[in-house]
Write a new protein. Sequence first.
Length: 485
Amino acid sequence: MKSTDKSSIALGVVLALLLGAPAYVFYMLLRLGPLGSAAARADYGAALAGQQLVLVLAAGAMGLFLLKWRAARAAEESLRALLAGLEAAGPQRAPISLPTGTPAELDRLAAACNHLLGQLHECRTTTLTQVMAERDYLTSVVNALDEALLVVDKNGRVELANPASSRLLGIPLAELACGVLPELAPRSPLAAQLLPHLAGVSGERGAARPFFTLPQARGEAAYQLLVGEVQTLEATTQTARTATLLTLRDVSAYKKLDQVKWRFLTTVSQELHTPLSRMQLSLQRLQDGKSGPLTPEQHNLAYTLSRDNKHLLKVVHDLLDVSQLEAGAIQLNFQTTHLPDIVQFVVATIRPQLQPKRLALEMQVPDGLPAVRADIEKTTWVLLSLLANAIRYAHLQDTLRIRASLLPTGQHVQVSVQDQGPGIAPELQERIFQRFTQLPAQGGGGLGLSIAREFMASQGGQLRVESEVGKGSTFSFTLPLAPAE
């Protein structure tokens, strides 16, 4: 029940007492009749005394009610003032003040609220100062970086840019920091080249990190692009949102060192290629008996030398291929071809190598696959390399599988080579495609998979691996369909 309802009931009771007392006396007088007798006068006196008692009680109750009502009204006004002061609390707030006559308890409560609000305001000011100091510190760090940084939201709007990115893009920092990258692309060739990379993240497995060559005052400079994701909170709605982080790293010095290294390796490879080739021809003549009969021991020695010489020739050929890839001098001869023909040729070439381990080879290559656009020589080399690796790591009597199928997108055909070897640990599955990287107990120069991936990339395809330790590996490459004639 509300306080106003209780007050109304109490007031009604008091009024009833005040009005009922005279009525009761009048009623008693009517019953008593004339006041001539002593008994009547006694009764009349008793009635008057009762009326006075009732009036006194009623007046006391009325006084108590008025005092209580006034105290309740004062407390209510004080509580309303306290609530209004709390609701209006802010950075520029005034202390909460209560009206005159407020009970002491509410005064103490108001003082406690003022003290608490003061502490909150002080804490808020300190926290805001710390946040602004950290923001200024991080801004100075970002601006001092030599690497160009851009943070772009899903709509292409630039949320963060540093002076290095402004210099590379050729756009003033004030315009870049609040601009939209697709709208800035016509003014900056580099911005146009960055647009396709907004949707992908280069930290993913198998993703390439492209290089850009930009003219500088002292010649050309090479920059490597790294793409990442930034998770932030919307300031107003506190909902999570994702932005793209673009980083351009100056790798000109490393590229120059690479050029020196590859020039040296190319020279050494070319110098070694000719004598190794002559040695191979001579060893072949010895094995064929064209230089006279050999004893069994001499034949075994010639076979061992020929095998090692072939390995050295393969390493030299790989180095020459990589050198051509580095120099951009690799020649591609694109043709419209059918992958089943390439698979049949590769299988016929490599089948003798299955015998020492008694390996089985299964093929699931439909004849009705659509034609692809590929360099037949490079694609054959890649498939031969993948099958040779599968044979090398297979166990006795394992089964190798070659599969080919049209991908669901309808734009590429995929060829996969599956083995039952030891498998590759997840942390090594990307490293094996890097140059001069070998798995534990792996032979070779660590260039085959690197060359194979670059051959596929140059043809518009991809090369990747899926593997589980102890269950084998599956290497897959894709090639685009040939254009319709």
